[in-house]
Design a protein around this ligand. Structure first.
Ligand code: ADP
Ligand code: MG
Length: 394
């Protein structure tokens, strides 16, 4: 069966969704010639505040956004898994009990990895047909990988009759990404994709894995702006920051920087002192941000976001001139409440809190001047907070 996706729309989820994919059920029908039995859908996320705190046992405050990946499934006869990815216009097939790595770290590895992690946790899987499509932009820091894993895990579990709470499912997905795909990451992305609630941010204590839902104000929009710049050394620098934090904690006599006090950091050499200062204050800012949201003080939340950005720029040194420019332009734009880089840094996106009635002017105040100064066409996503994993049966 011919799949009618124009190759030019690949890697362009907006076009892809508009052009061909009316619904995931449609994709499944086209591919497998029958109806899906169920659809699992999981969102991407943006982190409102709490950057580089996850691997220091700290706090993060992600929001699941209205960009999702859906997996439609139906049990197959026999023990074969057949998968179709609309994004890549490509397929995969393996015996359900024996998923193997491709060795190329490609989309297939995320899907096979989820099956592997479920099997590894002792669950029995049945053969399924699976179709995957979505509109979370890939590799932009909105966590398409976790959305994919959680949607696929939801589909496998529902098809095989496995009941699992979303926290456990998220950890299974994290294991798939860390140990099967081979990408080191904390658990924030998978927890946000699995366990978020519409209209709320998700406070995660990365030490205890305790969660709390924090209501977001209805008159405020979250705008994500992709700077369209990646620094090639990003991964190296990320690992270097992790090592610096791992070195700072024992030097302060604590297990992780979560337990360090700012009064102690004077005895650290540079740059460890600055790195520790960022982590300690960033954790405080997350908790203050939660208080600000709970007391409807969005102006305070905005201040904390700007402070977070300055700290990531000056103390943690993970910003770029492009991200700094986007935040500076945002700080001067009308109706802007707060802005900061989001994600690991070294390129990627900013997150902006904007009064709803100022959203239309955001493009003129930020995206256009950014283009004029850098020649880069920043992409903006106006987001709202959605539920985590949803499974529906046909
Ligand atoms: P991010 O999570 O920030 O978007 P990652 O590099 O962690 O970026 O994950 C992106 C990878 O996840 C893609 O290269 C691809 O392998 C896989 N992926 C994401 N979305 C899809 C999709 N809709 N279909 C197939 N694979 C996907
Ligand atoms: Mg990812």
């Amino acid at each position: 069966m011919h799949w009618p996706v124009n190759p030019q729309t690949r890697h362009n989820p907006t076009l892809l969704m508009q052009a061909e994919v009316q619904s995931i059920e449609h994709v499944f029908r086209q591919r497998f010639g029958r109806e899906p039995a169920l659809v699992a859908e999981a969102p991407g996320r943006v982190n409102l505040i709490g950057e580089h705190t996850d691997y220091n046992d700290g706090f993060v405050l992600p929001v699941a956004i209205n960009r999702t990946i859906a997996a439609a499934a139906a049990l197959a006869e026999g023990n074969t898994v057949r998968v179709f990815s609309a994004e890549f216009d490509a397929r995969d097939e393996w015996g359900v009990a024996a998923p193997r790595r491709t060795g190329r770290r490609e989309w297939r590895d995320y899907v096979r990895g989820v099956a592997w992690a479920l099997l590894d946790a002792g669950y029995e899987l049945r053969g399924v047909d699976l179709a995957i499509a979505g509109d979370v932009p890939l590799e932009s820091g909105l966590s398409s990988s976790a959305a994919l894993e959680v949607a696929v895990a939801g589909a496998f579990c529902a098809a095989s009759g496995i009941e699992m709470d979303p926290g456990r499912l998220a950890l299974v997905c994290q294991k798939a990404e860390n140990q099967f795909v081979g990408v080191q990451s904390g658990m924030m992305d998978q927890l946000a994709a699995a366990w978020s609630r519409a209209g709320h941010a998700l406070l995660i204590d990365c030490r205890s894995l305790e969660l709390d839902y924090v209501p977001l104000p209805g008159d405020v929009a979250i705008i994500v702006v992709d700077s369209k710049m990646r620094r090639p050394l990003g991964e190296t620098a990320y690992n270097q920051r992790r090592q610096e934090c791992a070195a700072a904690a024992p030097a302060l006599g604590v297990e992780s920087l979560r337990n360090a006090a700012v009064s102690d950091i004077e005895r650290l050499p540079e740059p460890l002192k600055r790195r520790a200062r960022h982590v300690i204050f960033e954790n405080q800012r997350v908790l203050e941000a939660v208080d600000a949201l709970r007391s409807s003080n969005v102006a305070r939340l905005g201040e904390l976001m700007y402070q977070s950005h300055a700290s990531l720029r000056d103390d943690f040194e993970v910003s770029t001139p492009e991200l700094d420019l986007l935040v500076e332009l945002a700080s001067r734009a009308e109706g802007l409440i707060g802005a900061r880089l989001t994600g690991a840094g070294f390129g990627g996106c900013t997150v902006n809190l904007v009064a709803r009635d100022a959203v239309a002017r955001f493009e003129a105040g930020v995206v256009e001047p950014y283009r004029a100064k850098t020649g880069l066409a920043a992409e903006m996503f106006v987001c709202h907070a959605v539920d985590g994993l949803r499974v529906s049966r046909a």
